[in-house]
Structure formats: C-alpha cells, structure tokens
Write a protein that binds this ligand. Structure first.
Ligand code: TXA
Ligand code: MG
Length: 330
C-alpha cells in the first residue's frame, strides 16, 4: 500500500492502532510508534532494517511524561531538562522496570527527549489524551543512511510506504545531542546542536562537567549513531583540509569521476562537470542543510563527495562528527 501525507488526526489514529507514522521534530524526522506497544515498536525496527538490540529514543512532552519511563532522574539530568527541554537533547536514564522494554532494545536504561517542534508537540498532546505517554522514534531513514530533514526525504527514503506528518524543513538538521545520565557524571554519547560548553555552564553549579565517552569508565551502551560508520550517502565521502582538497582537484583527471565538493574555501577547478557546493560559515547553518546537501548530491548521481574538514571549534562538533562517520562508511 502506498502512503502519503497524514493529518494530525490520521496520525494519532494510526499510532493508537499500533501503527507507524513519520513525524517532524526540530532535529530530523522520526519514525514513530507508541513506545509501549511492542508490536508497533517491532515494525519500526523492521522498516528501518535496524538491529533489534539498538535502543530507540522515546519522545515525550516534558519531565512529567519522562517520569513515566524513568526509574529515577538524577539531579544533573533534571538540571539539563530544565535548561534545554523542549529541545535537541536526549537523556539516557535508568528505565522503570517493565516499561517500554522493546523500545529500549532490552537495555536497563531509556533515552528520552522532549522535541521543540509545534507539530511534534501537538501530536504528543493528542497521543497523551489517548493514553499514550510517549512515542518511540529513531530517525526516519534506513539503517546507516542519511537522516531525513523534510517530509519529501522520508517519502523518498521508503518509496512512499510510510505515512508522514509534514512539519516542514527541520530547523536544526542534525540529530540531538545525547547525554548518558546513568553514571555518577554525565557522558557525551553523540554531539549535536547543544554543544559541550553550553552543557557545562548548566552542570558547573553542580560541580560536574561532561565526560567524553572514551574517558568514561565502563562500557557504553549500544548506540547506532555512535557506530564508526553511519550517516552515509551513496557516494563515497572524503574529508580533507582546504589545501589538500585543492591539490587533489588539481591532479585529478577531469573525467575521472562524477564528483562534488562541499567546502568553505573557494576552490579552483578546470573540470566543467564538478559540482561545487559552499558550506556555510556558521556551524548551525551548516548543520541545518548538511543532510539535504548529501541527499541532493546523491540524487545528482555523483560518485565522490570531497568535503572540507570543519573548524576545530566546539560549535562544529556535531557536523564534524556526522561527516567523519559518513567518511568512514566506505
Ligand atoms: O534528534 C534525534 O535524536 C532524532 C529525532 C527523531 O528525535 N532521533 C534519532 O534517533 O536520532 P536514532 O534512533 O536514529 O538515534 C538515537 C540514538 C541511537 O544511537 C541509539 O542507539 C541511542 O540514541 N539510544 C537510545 N536509547 C539509548 C539507551 N537506552 N542507551 C544508549 N543509547 C541509546
Ligand atoms: Mg539515526
């Protein structure tokens, strides 16, 4: 059956019936189901082609609904919620026994996020009125591929087989920052729009700061977005500094490949077929367009995408992370 754009009422009906609907958030589109219907959650895993032990994020309206899923909320998690919810921040907290087990991929913890998007919030409110406390939703793309930042991307990704609630183009453009709150100190599992300096300003009064996943003791839980190779376009992506990129262009046989560049530096090339996209100077603008640019270059049929390494500044951590994982994919 071919699906299309759904109204809010149709989306709520489908979700209450144990079905799956793609929903907009401020970061990327999510593939949503009632977090407490195991059969509905199983459909998410099968549509995405995602291993069933990779936990999903549960989207909630706010702290009250988070408490339905959490066994406890540590003081620093409450401080982060108060500062950044609703917003692009996912908190991994201890899970209440017997709640949303399938959505959590069997982990003893659960990832929770309150999205800051009017359509997502309206959907969550309508669901709550039907007794649904939260929506499990990973990014609405096939496992390992580029996340969708528009309704058209979702329709394209699943050949129109998934119903979509259209909320326009996503404002943030890359997935949420993920903080593990199951240990004594907060651990960064995935960088995003909310950068480490901003998190640390909230944590400092509690005498805490964000730890890197590498430095944190113990084994980190499974997280698809933290696999070395992820977020990959079909074309091969390579990251290099501006000078290396220019040198590579100079020596490349013009007919060697159908290729594209994505850089802040202005590059020179004699290849008339080279597709050139300029990367915005601001990290947030680059994040907003990143996945759309990768999809667009894939659609243009290029085999290679050469990308200028983003600046070292913390505000670029999210964009740099996604590009490094895309470059590692092949
Ligand atoms: O911005 C976002 O976070 C988007 C939108 C839709 O909200 N969602 C998203 O979901 O990126 P997904 O499933 O593609 O990535 C969620 C990440 C995964 O790497 C997952 O493994 C991790 O969060 N995660 C979820 N629950 C977890 C848990 N209990 N422990 C460790 N990692 C968890
Ligand atoms: Mg994803």
């Amino acid at each position: 059956m071919s699906e299309a754009l759904f109204t809010l009422a149709q989306a709520v009906e489908r979700l209450a019936d144990g079905g799956v609907v793609a929903m907009p958030t401020e970061t990327v589109y999510g593939l949503a189901a009632d977090a407490e219907q195991a059969a509905a959650v199983a459909q998410i895993f099968s549509i995405k082609g995602r291993p069933a032990d990779h936990p999903l994020i549960v989207h909630v309206l706010g702290q009250a609904q988070a408490s339905h899923y959490a066994a406890q909320l540590p003081a620093f998690a409450l401080a982060l919620m108060a500062a950044f919810w609703p917003g692009p921040l996912t908190l991994i907290v201890p899970r209440r026994d017997g709640v949303a087990t399938a959505a959590a991929g069997g982990q003893a913890s659960i990832g929770l996020r309150a999205p800051n998007h009017p359509t997502a919030q309206a959907l969550l409110e309508a669901c709550l009125a039907r007794g649904i406390h939260g929506l499990a939703a990973p990014s609405a793309n096939r496992f390992g591929r580029v996340s969708p930042t528009s309704a058209a991307h979702v329709l394209d990704e699943f050949d129109g087989q998934v119903a979509v609630l259209d909320g326009g183009a996503c404002r943030v453009g890359i997935e949420s920052t993920i903080i593990d709150c199951t240990r004594a100190a907060p651990v960064l599992l995935r960088p995003g729009d909310i950068a480490v300096p901003a998190l640390n300003r909230v944590l400092a009064p509690l005498g805490l700061e964000v730890q890197s996943a590498e430095s944190a003791a113990g084994t980190a839980p499974k997280a698809s977005g933290t696999l070395a190779a992820h977020y990959a376009p079909r074309a091969r992506l390579r990251l290099m500094d501006a000078a290396t990129l220019q040198t590579a262009l100079d020596v490349l046989d013009a007919e060697a490949a159908r290729m594209a560049t994505y850089s802040r530096a202005i590059l020179h090339s004699n290849n008339p077929k080279l597709l050139r996209r300029s990367m915005p100077a601001q990290a947030q603008a680059a994040a907003q367009e990143l996945f759309a640019v990768l999809r667009e270059l894939d659609a243009a049929g290029v085999d290679l995408i050469w990308v200028e390494t983003p600046p070292a500044d913390a505000s670029w951590d999210g964009v740099r992370d996604r590009l490094q994982r895309a470059a590692a994919a092949r």
